[in-house]
Design a protein around this ligand. Structure first.
Ligand code: GLU
Length: 309
């Protein structure tokens, strides 16, 4: 079913743009600095396959932190809950996503949750396979299945750009290696993690993954269970408690849906049993969330009573 351009959604984007102050594209990963801050696109996919969209939906972007939800789901499928949560905790943190402070002050040293960088690196460490190419292929296969798009791959350019500049993430890995959270070569893990973050798609793919989570892991077309309902439930809970960086509390109050954002300016939302939403707007607010994206979700939540709470 082709995605229909929706004029009401377009109006709401214009309103969200008017009501937000510009924002800035992420530049700590040099390749992301090339994004156009004026870009904006959104797609919404319902369980029956109905798709509405607005903006330039052909624009591709990298998942960045949104990939953390997907590798968490895969690691849970591969290793089971008990083993995954022996390596990473369940608790939100009020610190920035790349902070090292809690690794040092918590005893035993274990990342607080899988949505911050330390926790995501510990989860990526659990992805099975004999080599980095094997493991990224394993992740891609899973992502393609959730998105229903077998063309999805990663951007070599964005992955290389992050790998060349990712010293904070290296520091997190070395710290965790010292404390026994991970035991592989840091460069190998960094190589896999930066490729995972550079997985590229458009907002239709993202909305489709969002609707799979909305439907507790079911394929909206075939009804096939693509991932166990319990894994979808765990991922959505982390999206609510930790998905929107250290603005997750405010987002839960103002929007009230499971969502995850990335520094590329993408946001994936999963309104339980209703629809999946994919947003791309690279102009970020101070916390690192797409500023127009957040405002649009606030407007949609209010207008259509989307909050779970
Ligand atoms: N690849 C990014 C990093 O690790 C992801 C961060 C994000 O999107 O929050 O810094």
């Amino acid at each position: 079913m082709p995605c229909q351009t929706n004029s009401e959604l377009n109006e709401l984007i214009l309103q969200a743009k008017r009501e937000t102050e510009g924002g800035r594209v992420a530049d700590y990963i040099p390749a992301l600095a090339k994004a156009n801050p004026a870009d904006f696109s959104v797609a919404i996919i319902h369980p029956d396959g109905l798709c509405i969209s607005a903006g330039d939906i052909d624009k591709k972007f990298t998942l960045q932190s949104i990939s953390k939800v997907l590798t968490l789901a895969l690691a849970l499928c591969d290793n089971g809950e008990k083993y995954v949560f022996s390596k990473v905790g369940y608790e939100p943190t009020g610190d920035p996503f790349n902070s090292i402070i809690k690794l040092e002050t918590n005893n035993p040293s274990k990342p607080l949750n899988p949505m911050i960088n330390a926790g995501a690196l510990a989860v990526t460490h659990l992805i099975k396979g004999d080599s980095v190419p094997d493991r990224i292929e394993h992740i891609l296969k899973f992502v393609r299945k959730l998105a229903g798009n077998d063309k999805i791959t990663y951007s070599k350019q964005v992955a290389e750009s992050e790998l060349a500049t990712s010293n904070l993430n290296r520091a997190l890995c070395y710290f965790m290696k010292q404390h026994g959270v991970i035991n592989e070569e840091v460069e190998e893990l960094m190589d896999l993690y930066t490729k995972q973050c550079a997985i590229e798609m458009d907002c239709l793919d993202l909305a489709r993954i969002g609707v799979v989570f909305s439907l507790d892991g079911k394929d909206p077309q075939s009804g096939e269970q693509l991932l166990p309902a319990e894994v979808a439930r765990l991922c959505k809970t982390f999206m609510v408690t930790c998905g929107m960086y250290n603005a997750s509390g405010e987002f839960a109050i103002r929007v009230g849906i499971p969502a995850k954002s990335g520094v590329s300016g993408a946001i994936m939302g999963s309104v339980p049993n209703q629809f999946g939403i994919g947003i791309y707007g690279p102009a970020l607010n101070d916390i690192g969330n797409s500023s127009t994206g957040i405002r649009l979700l606030e407007i949609l939540s209010e207008k259509y009573s989307l909050s779970m709470f």
